[in-house]
Design a protein around this ligand. Structure first.
Ligand SMILES: Cc1cc2nc3c(=O)[nH]c(=O)nc-3n(C[C@H](O)[C@H](O)[C@H](O)COP(=O)(O)OP(=O)(O)OC[C@H]3O[C@@H](n4cnc5c(N)ncnc54)[C@H](O)[C@@H]3O)c2cc1C
Length: 447
């Protein structure tokens, strides 16, 4: 009896108002799906997205700073959902990696030729790119949400109270909306988490690390000639840096450095390393057009919801060190499905949203283990050499299983869950190949 009363109280009725705090990918995905699903069951709801950023602006001001890699899986999933990334959004299709280590480099082609990774910008592009006939991913998605019927307001929400059991949102001390549900999709790059911590239901901002991004400007022909359709991935034995990646995008290359000890000097130190310098052009000039130090979620909060409030995307749980955009899609859609079909009470989110949320948290345990193993490989010369030997052999021989190549591919793209990468990594054949590679490297060392 109690449950059906709760269900009525927390079921979204015609005329329900949803406030979405943050119009990045998570906020837009939530809005697109909430509106689509409400239409499916003939319910009229209003979704208002509060997002102060202008995603058409160049430089960090218009940008939700990231590498902008969209996995093959996400490109295809979005297409199935009717969200086709237009050519004006995709800066480049990626079909291969070159993995660089201190012991040499190796080429890894996409395990499946029909699939291609897309690279995008999250804002108007690096400083000075205005006026080009391109659109940012976040602008495109926000427009898709508006197309579905969402209302976009440029307020920054800075306070939330409850009145008569319903959340009340404020901006600059002015009441802007009373909502039936507030969706926190504000990421980790602002102090907005404090607003939700202040609601007292146990939410804590996700633990995070600082990452570094730099946009390296070059002549477009140079980018095409040196980078082609490949991402350059660096696994170097540096303390505090998990990996670095250079992602070609027209006349720019986006450099992303991820790790646990990244700061203001990291980009300059990184590009001065011989292995990295060898990838950049020697004779033609390049310059760093813009740079930033965004935060990255590395630990999900335990309590991501209460009655009429749910936290999603980077503000909640996301994939460790990769595929934040894929996680934004999964979590935004899961929250929308719960809100529209089940209700907006804590018990609804616990039953229907939490399992998806915890699925990502659980998968990240496998991710942590895999990064631990990769750290051993990149820091131990003989293991790095053995890894290169196995990948070289796999890439040379098309009949070969390409297990290690596909593990490395999947580790750094959003294509696979970490659990599936882990399951590939326990295949006996790969270990036999690794031992062979290790022995060959040892013999090579002793000669
Ligand atoms: C260095 C780096 C590289 C990355 N590379 C990739 C990659 O290549 N591929 C990938 O899939 N993922 C990548 N990610 C992860 C990805 O950027 C995030 O997972 C993704 O942006 C999360 O989306 P979101 O909508 O949850 O948060 P965000 O993108 O951070 O969006 C939050 C939005 O909320 C708005 N906001 C904040 N506070 C308020 C407020 N109070 N009121 C109103 N609006 C507010 C902000 O303006 C912002 O637009 C990377 C991350 C980092 C740090």
């Amino acid at each position: 009896m109690k449950r059906s009363l709760d269900s009525d109280q927390y079921t979204l009725q015609d005329g329900a108002n949803i406030a979405v705090v943050g119009g990045g990918p998570t906020g837009s995905f939530f809005s697109i799906f909430a509106l689509k699903m409400a239409k499916m069951i003939g319910r009229e709801i209003t979704v208002t997205i509060f997002e102060p950023k202008d995603f058409t602006k160049d430089g960090p001001g218009g940008c939700n700073r990231c590498g902008g890699i969209i996995s093959e899986l996400l490109v295809q999933t979005l297409a199935v959902e009717g969200i086709n990334l237009p050519d004006t959004v995709v800066r480049k299709g990626i079909n291969s990696y070159r993995l660089h280590t201190n012991q040499g480099s190796v080429f890894i082609a996409t395990p499946s030729l029909e699939k291609t990774i897309a690279t995008v910008y999250r804002g108007g592009g690096p400083k000075g790119t205005l006026g080009q006939d391109m659109e940012s991913f976040d602008h495109f998605l926000l427009n898709q949400a508006i197309h579905e019927g969402a209302v976009h307001k440029t307020f920054r929400v800075d306070r939330i109270d409850f009145r008569n059991g319903r959340p009340l949102l404020f901006s600059k001390n002015v009441e802007i909306m009373q909502a039936d549900l507030v969706v926190g999709a504000f990421g980790v790059n602002s102090s907005s988490g404090k607003i939700f911590e202040g609601l007292g239901f146990g939410y804590r901002e996700p633990s995070n690390v600082t990452a570094a991004i730099a946009e390296i400007s070059m002549d477009e022909d140079v980018v095409v000639g040196r980078f082609g359709n490949s991402i350059q991935l660096f696994l170097l034995p540096d303390k505090g840096i998990k990996f670095g990646a250079m992602i070609p995008k027209g006349p720019y290359v986006t450099l992303c450095i991820l790790g646990t000890d990244v700061g203001a000097r990291t980009v300059d130190d990184f590009v001065s390393k011989p292995v990295v310098r060898a990838v950049l052009p020697e004779s033609v000039p390049y310059r760093i057009a813009c740079r930033c130090l965004p935060k990255m979620n590395v630990g999900a909060p335990k309590k991501p919801f209460t009655n009429r409030v749910v936290l999603c995307g980077d503000a909640g749980s996301t994939r460790l060190f990769k595929d934040g955009l894929g996680a934004a899609y999964i979590m935004g859609k899961a929250a929308a499905k719960t809100a529209v079909f089940e209700g907006v009470g804590a018990h609804n989110f616990k039953r229907n949203y939490l399992p998806v949320y915890n699925g990502i948290v659980f998968d990240n345990y496998f991710g942590r283990f895999l990064y631990f193993v990769i750290d051993r490989y990149r820091k131990t010369t003989i293991l790095t050499k053995a890894m290169l030997k196995v990948v070289e052999k796999e890439q040379r021989d098309p009949k070969n299983g390409k297990i290690l190549s596909s593990i490395l591919w999947d580790m750094f793209t959003g294509n696979e869950r970490y659990k599936n990468v882990f399951l590939k990594s326990v295949k006996i054949k790969m270990h036999i190949d690794m031992w062979e590679g290790l022995i060959k490297s040892l013999i090579g060392e002793n000669r």
